[in-house]
Every structure is written in structure tokens, then in C-alpha cells.
Design a protein around this ligand. Structure first.
Ligand code: FAD
Length: 184
């Protein structure tokens, strides 16, 4: 196979977000949350264009259009790729974009607990300094977005998973401890 992995988006004339939706729901054995699939397939083409505008180097056809390939369960060639390096491309460009916009990035400081205010709203988080292993930092925030990944290493029902060893759903556990048990 010429490439490995990539990002699906209905960017070609013979494709559409509706066909992408049907492929995704069928491929998920109808277990997907329909509203989330709808947002994903609708936004995917503009996300690909946005990533390209940031500088992500997608593989192109000779005429300059984006090359697409079949993926698992896709009825159309819909996978945009960077010869197996698309994840790296996305992270590299998003990191640069955060720097360009002056958004501070705190590394080696994982969140260990959410801070709640008197009205039971999330008001920030406690971070721990992984280098000193002692220092805890309190960060106050108007809005908190948890993007701490999934639960691959929990291996529900013996499900095999190649996720990295950090994918242990500790963000979900933090949210659960804070009483936020009905978020997506
Ligand atoms: C080998 C492999 C190949 C894949 N190939 C593809 C592919 O080709 N196409 C595709 O669409 N998907 C692919 N996937 C799946 C895809 O990588 C994941 O679905 C996706 O990365 C999940 O994104 P996420 O933002 O939810 O979580 P993640 O990418 O896991 O990001 C979560 C981040 O949160 C950080 N974090 C965790 N806990 C804390 C904490 N307490 N405090 C602060 N930070 C924390 C983690 O360090 C991590 O950086 C692949 C996965 C694997 C393992």
C-alpha cells in the first residue's frame, strides 16, 4: 500500500457529506452518535481546506488537486493523506498556529483535577509539574475544553487497541469525579 492512514472528507465531485455519513454510520454498525457523525461529515471538507491553508502538505495529483484513496469502509476515494505522516503534519501546523496567535502552550503539566466554582461550573484545573513532581499549579479559566483522548488502554470487553500507553481516559475520569457525567 502506498500510504497509511489519513483524514476522510467528501471533497470530490462523486462524493458528498451524505454518502460519507452513510458509510460512517454503516461502518459503525449503527452504534455512532448520529449528531456527532453529522457534524464530522459536514465540517470535514472545510477542515481539510483549513489545514491546507495552515501549511499541511497533503499529497496532490499532477493537476494540483488533492489526492484521495479508499479507506476502511469507504464507498468513495475519500482519505486525504501525507504518505503516512498526516498526524505529524497536523500537529506541526496546529502547534505553529497556536504560537502565531500567541496562545501559550504548557507542556509536561498534565491536569489532575478540575476546579469547580460555587455554582458547580468548571472554573479551571489543577496541573502537576511532571519535572519537579511536586509543584501543583492552579489555572483559572472561563471555559475548559477536555481533549485528553480516549480509553484505548482500558481494553473494554477485551477489545485490542494500538493506542499509545497514555490513552487511559484520565480526562474522562477527572470529569466524572467533578460530576460531569453526561458530556460527549
Ligand atoms: C497507530 C494509530 C494510527 C492511527 N491512524 C489514524 C488515521 O490514519 N486516521 C484517523 O483518523 N485516525 C487514526 N488513528 C486514531 C486517531 O489517532 C485518534 O482517534 C485521535 O488521535 C484521537 O484524538 P484525540 O484528540 O481525541 O486524542 P489524542 O490524540 O490521544 O490526544 C489527547 C492528548 O491529551 C493529552 N492528555 C491526556 N491526558 C491529559 C491530562 N490529564 N492533562 C493534559 N493533557 C492530557 C495526551 O498527552 C494527548 O496529547 C490512529 C491511531 C493509532 C494509535
Amino acid at each position: 500500500m502506498e500510504f497509511e492512514g489519513g483524514i476522510e472528507a467528501a471533497t470530490k465531485r462523486n462524493d458528498s457529506p451524505v454518502i460519507h455519513y452513510l458509510d460512517t454510520v454503516g461502518g459503525g454498525f449503527f452504534e455512532n452518535i448520529p449528531d456527532l457523525v453529522e457534524v464530522m461529515v459536514r465540517d470535514a471538507p472545510s477542515i481539510v481546506r483549513w489545514l491546507e491553508s495552515l501549511g499541511c502538505i497533503f499529497v496532490k495529483e499532477a493537476d494540483g488537486t488533492l489526492r484521495t484513496e479508499f479507506g476502511e469502509g469507504t464507498s468513495r476515494k475519500r482519505v486525504h493523506h501525507a504518505r503516512g505522516c498526516l498526524g505529524l503534519e497536523i500537529i506541526r501546523n496546529l502547534y505553529d498556529e497556536l504560537c502565531n496567535r500567541g496562545i501559550p502552550i504548557l507542556e509536561y503539566l498534565p491536569a489532575i483535577e478540575l476546579i469547580m466554582d460555587d455554582t458547580a461550573q468548571v472554573a479551571g484545573a489543577i496541573l502537576i509539574n511532571l519535572e519537579s513532581k511536586k509543584e501543583a499549579i492552579r489555572v483559572r479559566a472561563k471555559t475548559v475544553v477536555l481533549a485528553t483522548g480516549g480509553d484505548g488502554q482500558l481494553h473494554y470487553q477485551g477489545f485490542p487497541c494500538a493506542d499509545h500507553y497514555g490513552a487511559t481516559a484520565d480526562g474522562l475520569a477527572m470529569a466524572y469525579r467533578a460530576g460531569l457525567n453526561h458530556c460527549y
